[in-house]
Design a protein. Sequence first.
Length: 617
Amino acid sequence: MEIQGYHARGQVCRTEQEDQLEQESVKQSPFVSPSNDVSTRVSRGSLIGAAFALTACGGNDGQSGAGFTLPDQPVDTARKPVSDKEAARFLLQASLWVDKAHITELRSEGYEAWLNRKLEQPNSQTAEEFFAVQKLDVVDNERHFDRPHLTDRMVWSQLLSGDNPVRKRVSLALADFFVVSASRIKYRWSGISVGEYWDILNRNAFGNFRQLLEEITLTPAMGVFLDTVGNQKSNPETGRKPDENFAREVMQLFTIGLEELNLDGSVKLEGGEATETYTNQDVEGLAKCFTGYDFDYQDVPYFPDPGNPAWRVQDASYARKPLTADPTKWAFPKTESLHSNAEKSFLGTRIPENTGASETLKIALDTLFQHPNVAPFFCKRMIQRLVTSNPSTTYVSRVASIFNDNGSGVRGDLKAVFRAILLDDEALQPASNSSANFGRIKEPMFRLIQWGRTFGARSQSGWWDFGSFETETTHLGQSPLRAPSVFGFFGQNYVATNSSADAAGLVAPESQLINETSIVGYLNTMQRVLAFTTDGPTDVAATYLAELEIAHQPDRLVDHLNLLLTANQLSGQTRDQIVNGLSSSPVAQSDPQDKKLQVIRAAIFLVMAAPEFQIQG
């Protein structure tokens, strides 16, 4: 993939501004003193400069064009990776990190057997359990009911610990598709509510799309985020009409998209023009289907507010229960339903008047689920999140066909869909690793997670108090479950205007996160995180146990990092520069641990600043 003067093999076009920004980041290195700075003696121009070359100076939301062309010889998915590099590359597509144990397993079992075993692995972590164990779901003087940041602790505990690598990777992809943001909903126990949303994604990651669609529709987090909670039928006297927010987004973003698609994800054209999937009348008709829902307070106990005993605080359980259209179960019970009993018409479907809320919801979601656009729209997005930003139309078509029928007559089988994505010839062919059109940019959040999992990050308190990284100027500009809007962190068809990717008809969605500010924010964040110690004041820090054993051998250390972090994508020049820099300040095996950690952190930082790390090939 080529992006704004940058090729996946590390060719860079630098600017005076980039040089200045690089110098600013060098000044802040916490690893070594300025007089003995390993990281500055390595040619940082070829490393950090390449990262700056990813910068997108404006962009457009064009459609992806030229994709990958498959070689004639198909891949045998039952075969085994022939090298650690092949195994590591697959693991970066299918999971959150690479470690030697997973490489050994994968090479022993083969792609299909390993993946099938992981797909059958039960979900061993839930937000509900985390909150209960940490006593974060009780009403006490800590007032956790008013603290939405509970979501951050929960999600970091799951992304940085546990052993469900494929499920967690898929859940992150689903969270980027069915967006709910903890940063955009503030109500009592909202942290618990977003935790339940995350549980729904994990629970249904390998279930059925239709079931997942219904559960996210009725979860309190989505109800507040897109205004289903309290949405009421029309009132001619006041002029009130049903809120259309969820109705519009469930079509545009969660199911059918804006334009009619062919099975291969390409846009259908009539007379050279695209056809819209829905009209304003469809939005109005569908909006009536999502009226009359509110929080379910039945059997929810209340407790005195510790700060003001005259007030009461509801138990956290209400934030986990699906929304209900039964008005007798609301916080302030009613006898009259607020669901619209009017006739509803949308997308060629007509629901007769006086149809109940539950039946109406079923018909509405069934209509969306059965729409022919869902398969190519959803499957292409998932391929982009896991494998490559520019899949070929044949890749999309193969996966979309599995969505439509898993081989047993079942539509929407997500386990079959993700198996098809990860075991497709286009994903597994080694030839794709050298194609400039293949791959994706690793978003900053994924890079941070990969660091934590690779180097054994742990929480000293068990609370996983790692915080949010959503601020661009001081952090990554991205944090799990904290998208700036329902549109996520970046446009799915974004590409920098006038970039080589744009000229080639390609897209680079994650590049929308990349600018001068975010690059410096990423580098500074990694410097800070790398400096955290397990005996320091910060709660989350890495252990670097394997790296401490080889810190005195620069060649082995860099080769080790190259495999685990980039799947051996570092160019020979980049590798040698890092090795030479580390060798100029040698450490011995008998040296104190702090001295060896200094070298390890510098080596990791330089690899994670390299363009080869930031591209998933």
